[in-house]
Design a protein around this ligand. Structure first.
Ligand SMILES: Cc1ncc(C[n+]2csc(CCOP(=O)(O)OP(=O)(O)O)c2C)c(N)n1
Ligand SMILES: [Mg+2]
Length: 343
Protein backbone atom coordinates (compact mmCIF):
# COMPACT_ATOMS: atom_id res chain seq x y z
CA UNK A 1 0.00 0.00 0.00
CA UNK A 2 1.30 3.46 -0.85
CA UNK A 3 1.21 5.73 2.16
CA UNK A 4 0.34 9.38 1.81
CA UNK A 5 3.90 10.35 2.72
CA UNK A 6 5.47 8.17 0.02
CA UNK A 7 3.02 9.53 -2.48
CA UNK A 8 3.96 13.07 -1.51
CA UNK A 9 7.73 12.36 -1.73
CA UNK A 10 7.34 11.22 -5.32
CA UNK A 11 5.82 14.42 -6.55
CA UNK A 12 7.77 16.99 -4.57
CA UNK A 13 9.89 19.51 -6.46
CA UNK A 14 12.92 21.42 -5.18
CA UNK A 15 10.92 24.66 -5.20
CA UNK A 16 8.15 23.10 -3.18
CA UNK A 17 10.68 21.74 -0.66
CA UNK A 18 12.10 25.23 -0.12
CA UNK A 19 8.59 26.64 0.16
CA UNK A 20 7.62 24.07 2.80
CA UNK A 21 10.72 24.82 4.90
CA UNK A 22 9.82 28.51 4.67
CA UNK A 23 6.28 27.61 5.74
CA UNK A 24 7.45 25.49 8.65
CA UNK A 25 9.76 28.33 9.76
CA UNK A 26 6.80 30.75 9.74
CA UNK A 27 4.79 28.26 11.83
CA UNK A 28 7.60 28.11 14.41
CA UNK A 29 7.94 31.90 14.47
CA UNK A 30 4.18 32.28 14.96
CA UNK A 31 4.13 29.71 17.79
CA UNK A 32 7.09 31.37 19.49
CA UNK A 33 5.55 34.83 19.21
CA UNK A 34 2.19 33.50 20.38
CA UNK A 35 3.68 31.98 23.54
CA UNK A 36 5.70 35.12 24.19
CA UNK A 37 2.58 37.28 23.99
CA UNK A 38 0.58 35.04 26.31
CA UNK A 39 3.34 35.09 28.92
CA UNK A 40 3.83 38.85 28.45
CA UNK A 41 0.12 39.36 29.18
CA UNK A 42 0.44 37.23 32.33
CA UNK A 43 3.37 39.41 33.40
CA UNK A 44 1.34 42.59 32.86
CA UNK A 45 3.51 43.73 29.95
CA UNK A 46 0.62 43.77 27.46
CA UNK A 47 -3.08 44.10 28.16
CA UNK A 48 -4.84 41.55 26.00
CA UNK A 49 -4.19 38.94 23.32
CA UNK A 50 -6.03 36.23 21.36
CA UNK A 51 -3.76 33.16 21.11
CA UNK A 52 -3.53 31.12 17.91
CA UNK A 53 -1.72 28.01 19.13
CA UNK A 54 -3.06 25.08 17.10
CA UNK A 55 -3.84 27.09 13.95
CA UNK A 56 -0.29 27.51 12.63
CA UNK A 57 -0.57 25.01 9.75
CA UNK A 58 -3.97 26.33 8.64
CA UNK A 59 -2.85 29.95 8.58
CA UNK A 60 0.55 29.41 7.01
CA UNK A 61 -0.73 26.87 4.45
CA UNK A 62 -3.28 29.43 3.28
CA UNK A 63 -0.70 32.21 3.20
CA UNK A 64 1.64 30.06 1.08
CA UNK A 65 -1.08 29.67 -1.55
CA UNK A 66 -1.62 33.42 -1.95
CA UNK A 67 0.27 36.02 -4.00
CA UNK A 68 1.28 39.56 -2.96
CA UNK A 69 -1.36 41.12 -5.25
CA UNK A 70 -4.14 39.22 -3.44
CA UNK A 71 -6.04 40.99 -0.68
CA UNK A 72 -6.62 39.45 2.74
CA UNK A 73 -9.43 40.11 5.20
CA UNK A 74 -8.13 38.14 8.13
CA UNK A 75 -9.32 37.81 11.68
CA UNK A 76 -7.85 38.32 15.16
CA UNK A 77 -5.71 35.16 15.36
CA UNK A 78 -3.95 35.44 12.02
CA UNK A 79 -0.36 36.11 13.08
CA UNK A 80 0.91 33.00 11.23
CA UNK A 81 -0.78 34.12 8.03
CA UNK A 82 0.66 37.60 8.41
CA UNK A 83 4.20 36.43 9.23
CA UNK A 84 4.41 34.16 6.18
CA UNK A 85 2.97 36.94 4.01
CA UNK A 86 5.89 39.15 4.97
CA UNK A 87 4.09 41.33 7.51
CA UNK A 88 6.52 42.85 9.98
CA UNK A 89 6.73 41.37 13.46
CA UNK A 90 7.53 44.89 14.72
CA UNK A 91 4.22 46.21 13.34
CA UNK A 92 2.40 43.31 14.91
CA UNK A 93 4.00 43.91 18.30
CA UNK A 94 3.44 47.65 18.11
CA UNK A 95 -0.25 47.03 17.37
CA UNK A 96 -0.55 44.65 20.32
CA UNK A 97 1.13 47.17 22.60
CA UNK A 98 -0.79 50.12 21.13
CA UNK A 99 2.35 52.23 21.25
CA UNK A 100 3.28 55.40 19.32
CA UNK A 101 4.75 53.36 16.44
CA UNK A 102 1.48 51.48 15.94
CA UNK A 103 -0.14 52.57 12.67
CA UNK A 104 -3.48 52.92 14.50
CA UNK A 105 -1.77 54.69 17.46
CA UNK A 106 -3.41 52.35 19.94
CA UNK A 107 -6.93 53.21 18.82
CA UNK A 108 -7.68 49.64 17.80
CA UNK A 109 -8.19 46.80 20.25
CA UNK A 110 -5.07 44.62 20.70
CA UNK A 111 -4.96 41.59 18.36
CA UNK A 112 -6.87 43.54 15.69
CA UNK A 113 -4.04 43.32 13.23
CA UNK A 114 -3.40 45.35 10.11
CA UNK A 115 -0.58 45.61 7.61
CA UNK A 116 -1.17 47.74 4.55
CA UNK A 117 2.22 46.82 3.11
CA UNK A 118 1.05 43.24 2.55
CA UNK A 119 -2.61 43.95 1.62
CA UNK A 120 -3.91 42.83 5.00
CA UNK A 121 -6.95 44.88 6.02
CA UNK A 122 -7.63 45.97 9.62
CA UNK A 123 -9.47 43.25 11.53
CA UNK A 124 -12.99 44.31 12.58
CA UNK A 125 -14.25 43.22 16.02
CA UNK A 126 -17.62 41.97 14.84
CA UNK A 127 -17.40 38.28 14.04
CA UNK A 128 -18.11 37.73 10.33
CA UNK A 129 -17.99 41.43 9.39
CA UNK A 130 -14.79 40.97 7.40
CA UNK A 131 -16.62 38.60 5.02
CA UNK A 132 -18.92 41.27 3.62
CA UNK A 133 -15.92 43.56 3.14
CA UNK A 134 -14.02 40.76 1.38
CA UNK A 135 -16.88 40.09 -1.01
CA UNK A 136 -17.25 43.78 -1.80
CA UNK A 137 -13.54 44.09 -2.50
CA UNK A 138 -13.61 40.98 -4.67
CA UNK A 139 -16.51 42.50 -6.62
CA UNK A 140 -14.40 45.63 -7.15
CA UNK A 141 -11.46 43.47 -8.31
CA UNK A 142 -13.76 41.90 -10.88
CA UNK A 143 -15.30 45.18 -12.09
CA UNK A 144 -11.91 46.84 -12.40
CA UNK A 145 -10.33 43.74 -13.94
CA UNK A 146 -7.67 43.96 -11.28
CA UNK A 147 -5.18 41.10 -10.95
CA UNK A 148 -5.58 38.97 -7.85
CA UNK A 149 -8.16 37.37 -5.63
CA UNK A 150 -9.48 38.13 -2.15
CA UNK A 151 -9.19 35.73 0.79
CA UNK A 152 -11.22 35.96 3.98
CA UNK A 153 -10.55 33.98 7.15
CA UNK A 154 -12.97 33.38 10.00
CA UNK A 155 -13.77 30.85 12.68
CA UNK A 156 -16.34 28.07 12.91
CA UNK A 157 -18.50 30.35 15.07
CA UNK A 158 -18.60 32.95 12.29
CA UNK A 159 -20.50 30.49 10.08
CA UNK A 160 -23.57 31.15 12.25
CA UNK A 161 -23.60 34.88 11.50
CA UNK A 162 -25.93 36.41 8.91
CA UNK A 163 -22.86 38.04 7.32
CA UNK A 164 -21.42 34.61 6.46
CA UNK A 165 -24.56 33.55 4.59
CA UNK A 166 -25.10 36.91 2.88
CA UNK A 167 -21.47 36.90 1.76
CA UNK A 168 -21.56 33.35 0.38
CA UNK A 169 -24.74 34.11 -1.52
CA UNK A 170 -23.51 37.41 -2.94
CA UNK A 171 -20.17 35.89 -3.92
CA UNK A 172 -21.90 33.06 -5.73
CA UNK A 173 -24.56 35.08 -7.53
CA UNK A 174 -22.11 37.77 -8.66
CA UNK A 175 -19.36 35.21 -9.23
CA UNK A 176 -16.61 37.16 -7.49
CA UNK A 177 -13.01 35.98 -6.97
CA UNK A 178 -13.09 35.25 -3.25
CA UNK A 179 -11.85 32.40 -1.06
CA UNK A 180 -13.74 31.77 2.18
CA UNK A 181 -11.26 30.08 4.50
CA UNK A 182 -12.76 28.77 7.74
CA UNK A 183 -10.18 28.29 10.48
CA UNK A 184 -12.29 25.72 12.24
CA UNK A 185 -10.64 25.38 15.65
CA UNK A 186 -13.75 23.57 16.91
CA UNK A 187 -14.68 26.18 19.52
CA UNK A 188 -16.34 29.60 19.53
CA UNK A 189 -15.30 30.75 22.99
CA UNK A 190 -17.13 28.10 25.10
CA UNK A 191 -19.42 26.86 22.31
CA UNK A 192 -18.36 23.62 20.56
CA UNK A 193 -18.59 23.23 16.78
CA UNK A 194 -21.17 20.40 17.10
CA UNK A 195 -23.57 22.99 18.45
CA UNK A 196 -22.66 25.41 15.71
CA UNK A 197 -23.46 23.18 12.76
CA UNK A 198 -25.13 19.83 12.10
CA UNK A 199 -23.29 19.41 8.78
CA UNK A 200 -19.61 19.68 7.93
CA UNK A 201 -18.91 23.37 7.35
CA UNK A 202 -17.66 22.70 3.80
CA UNK A 203 -21.11 21.35 2.89
CA UNK A 204 -22.70 24.74 3.46
CA UNK A 205 -21.16 25.80 0.14
CA UNK A 206 -23.57 23.53 -1.74
CA UNK A 207 -26.57 25.60 -0.69
CA UNK A 208 -25.04 28.60 -2.44
CA UNK A 209 -23.90 26.75 -5.56
CA UNK A 210 -20.18 27.02 -4.88
CA UNK A 211 -17.46 24.44 -4.20
CA UNK A 212 -16.72 23.39 -0.62
CA UNK A 213 -13.56 21.58 0.49
CA UNK A 214 -12.34 20.12 3.77
CA UNK A 215 -8.66 19.94 4.76
CA UNK A 216 -6.65 18.68 7.73
CA UNK A 217 -5.82 22.03 9.29
CA UNK A 218 -2.97 20.49 11.30
CA UNK A 219 -1.10 19.38 8.18
CA UNK A 220 0.79 22.13 6.36
CA UNK A 221 1.18 20.12 3.16
CA UNK A 222 -2.50 19.28 2.94
CA UNK A 223 -3.60 22.85 3.63
CA UNK A 224 -1.11 24.33 1.18
CA UNK A 225 -1.76 21.95 -1.71
CA UNK A 226 -5.55 22.00 -1.46
CA UNK A 227 -5.69 25.76 -0.95
CA UNK A 228 -3.30 26.42 -3.82
CA UNK A 229 -5.55 24.45 -6.17
CA UNK A 230 -8.57 26.34 -4.88
CA UNK A 231 -6.83 29.69 -5.34
CA UNK A 232 -5.78 28.75 -8.88
CA UNK A 233 -9.37 27.85 -9.71
CA UNK A 234 -10.64 31.17 -8.33
CA UNK A 235 -7.90 33.01 -10.24
CA UNK A 236 -9.04 31.27 -13.42
CA UNK A 237 -12.51 32.77 -12.91
CA UNK A 238 -14.18 29.52 -11.87
CA UNK A 239 -16.05 31.07 -8.94
CA UNK A 240 -15.68 31.38 -5.16
CA UNK A 241 -14.74 28.45 -2.91
CA UNK A 242 -15.25 27.65 0.77
CA UNK A 243 -12.55 25.70 2.64
CA UNK A 244 -13.08 24.13 6.03
CA UNK A 245 -9.62 23.78 7.64
CA UNK A 246 -10.09 21.68 10.75
CA UNK A 247 -7.65 22.25 13.59
CA UNK A 248 -8.07 22.77 17.32
CA UNK A 249 -7.82 25.83 19.55
CA UNK A 250 -5.13 24.61 21.92
CA UNK A 251 -5.20 27.67 24.15
CA UNK A 252 -7.86 29.90 25.68
CA UNK A 253 -10.17 32.01 23.49
CA UNK A 254 -8.33 35.08 24.73
CA UNK A 255 -6.10 35.96 27.66
CA UNK A 256 -9.35 36.86 29.51
CA UNK A 257 -10.76 33.34 29.13
CA UNK A 258 -10.36 30.23 31.31
CA UNK A 259 -11.24 27.19 29.16
CA UNK A 260 -10.95 24.79 32.11
CA UNK A 261 -14.41 26.07 33.09
CA UNK A 262 -16.04 24.51 30.02
CA UNK A 263 -13.74 21.86 28.47
CA UNK A 264 -10.98 19.41 29.24
CA UNK A 265 -7.78 20.14 27.36
CA UNK A 266 -7.82 17.55 24.63
CA UNK A 267 -4.74 18.56 22.64
CA UNK A 268 -1.70 19.84 24.42
CA UNK A 269 1.49 21.28 23.02
CA UNK A 270 3.85 18.56 21.75
CA UNK A 271 1.12 15.94 21.40
CA UNK A 272 0.73 14.06 18.14
CA UNK A 273 -2.19 16.28 17.08
CA UNK A 274 -0.20 19.47 17.59
CA UNK A 275 0.18 20.97 14.06
CA UNK A 276 3.87 21.68 14.66
CA UNK A 277 4.48 18.03 15.55
CA UNK A 278 2.32 16.75 12.67
CA UNK A 279 4.05 18.99 10.13
CA UNK A 280 7.53 18.40 11.53
CA UNK A 281 7.17 14.59 11.31
CA UNK A 282 5.68 14.82 7.85
CA UNK A 283 8.40 17.08 6.45
CA UNK A 284 11.11 14.84 7.92
CA UNK A 285 9.48 11.72 6.44
CA UNK A 286 9.16 13.50 3.07
CA UNK A 287 12.89 14.37 3.31
CA UNK A 288 12.03 18.04 3.05
CA UNK A 289 14.17 18.66 6.15
CA UNK A 290 16.48 16.61 8.35
CA UNK A 291 15.72 15.95 11.99
CA UNK A 292 18.16 18.59 13.31
CA UNK A 293 16.63 21.50 11.44
CA UNK A 294 13.53 22.00 13.66
CA UNK A 295 15.64 22.67 16.76
CA UNK A 296 17.85 25.15 14.90
CA UNK A 297 14.76 26.97 13.58
CA UNK A 298 13.20 27.07 17.06
CA UNK A 299 16.32 28.54 18.72
CA UNK A 300 16.57 31.16 16.01
CA UNK A 301 12.86 32.03 16.39
CA UNK A 302 13.25 32.56 20.13
CA UNK A 303 16.13 34.97 19.62
CA UNK A 304 14.21 36.93 16.99
CA UNK A 305 11.02 37.16 19.07
CA UNK A 306 12.79 38.10 22.32
CA UNK A 307 14.84 40.86 20.73
CA UNK A 308 11.93 42.32 18.73
CA UNK A 309 9.69 42.24 21.80
CA UNK A 310 12.29 44.12 23.87
CA UNK A 311 12.70 46.70 21.11
CA UNK A 312 8.95 47.33 20.82
CA UNK A 313 8.62 47.53 24.58
CA UNK A 314 11.02 50.50 24.61
CA UNK A 315 8.77 52.53 22.29
CA UNK A 316 6.73 55.11 24.25
CA UNK A 317 2.95 54.75 24.41
CA UNK A 318 0.72 56.56 21.94
CA UNK A 319 -0.14 60.08 23.04
CA UNK A 320 -3.71 60.60 24.37
CA UNK A 321 -3.97 63.63 22.02
CA UNK A 322 -3.90 61.21 19.09
CA UNK A 323 -7.21 59.75 20.18
CA UNK A 324 -8.72 62.75 18.38
CA UNK A 325 -6.60 62.91 15.24
CA UNK A 326 -7.22 61.26 11.85
CA UNK A 327 -10.83 60.29 12.55
CA UNK A 328 -12.79 63.48 11.84
CA UNK A 329 -11.92 65.99 9.12
CA UNK A 330 -13.12 68.90 11.25
CA UNK A 331 -13.08 69.58 14.95
CA UNK A 332 -16.43 69.79 16.75
CA UNK A 333 -17.67 71.01 20.15
CA UNK A 334 -18.05 67.38 21.22
CA UNK A 335 -14.43 66.57 20.44
CA UNK A 336 -13.32 69.77 22.14
CA UNK A 337 -15.26 68.84 25.27
CA UNK A 338 -13.89 65.31 25.30
CA UNK A 339 -10.36 66.55 24.70
CA UNK A 340 -10.80 68.96 27.59
CA UNK A 341 -11.85 66.10 29.89
CA UNK A 342 -8.96 63.87 28.91
CA UNK A 343 -5.97 66.17 28.57
C1 LIG B 1 -21.20 39.60 15.83
C2 LIG B 1 -20.44 39.22 17.07
N1 LIG B 1 -21.00 38.38 17.95
C3 LIG B 1 -20.31 38.00 19.06
C4 LIG B 1 -19.06 38.48 19.30
C5 LIG B 1 -18.27 38.03 20.54
N2 LIG B 1 -17.26 37.05 20.08
C6 LIG B 1 -15.99 37.43 19.85
S1 LIG B 1 -15.07 36.15 19.30
C7 LIG B 1 -16.36 35.08 19.40
C8 LIG B 1 -16.19 33.64 19.04
C9 LIG B 1 -15.88 33.42 17.61
O1 LIG B 1 -15.62 32.06 17.39
P1 LIG B 1 -15.06 31.56 16.02
O2 LIG B 1 -15.73 32.26 14.90
O3 LIG B 1 -15.13 30.07 16.02
O4 LIG B 1 -13.54 32.05 16.02
P2 LIG B 1 -12.40 31.64 17.08
O5 LIG B 1 -12.43 32.69 18.14
O6 LIG B 1 -12.72 30.29 17.60
O7 LIG B 1 -11.13 31.65 16.34
C10 LIG B 1 -17.51 35.72 19.86
C11 LIG B 1 -18.81 35.05 20.05
C12 LIG B 1 -18.51 39.38 18.36
N3 LIG B 1 -17.29 39.90 18.51
N4 LIG B 1 -19.22 39.72 17.25
MG1 LIG C 1 -13.61 28.73 16.50
Amino acid sequence: MITVEENMTESISKEEKALLVKGYTAMVLARTLDKKLVSAQRQGRIGFYTPMMGQEASQVGLSMALLPEDFVYGYYRDIGLLIYRGGSIEALLNQTMGNSADSARGRQMPSHLMDKSVNFFTVPSMVGANLTLAVGTAYAYKMRKRKGIVAATFGDGATSTPDFHASMNFASVYDVPVLFFCENNQWAISYPVEKQSKTDISEKARAYGIRGLKVDGNNLVDVYRTTRQAVESIRAGEGPILINAVSYRMGPHSTSDDPSKYRKDEISEGSDRDPLVVTEKLLISMKVMDEHLPQAIKSQAEKIVDSKFEESEKIPPASPEETFTDVYAEDSWMLQEERGDLL
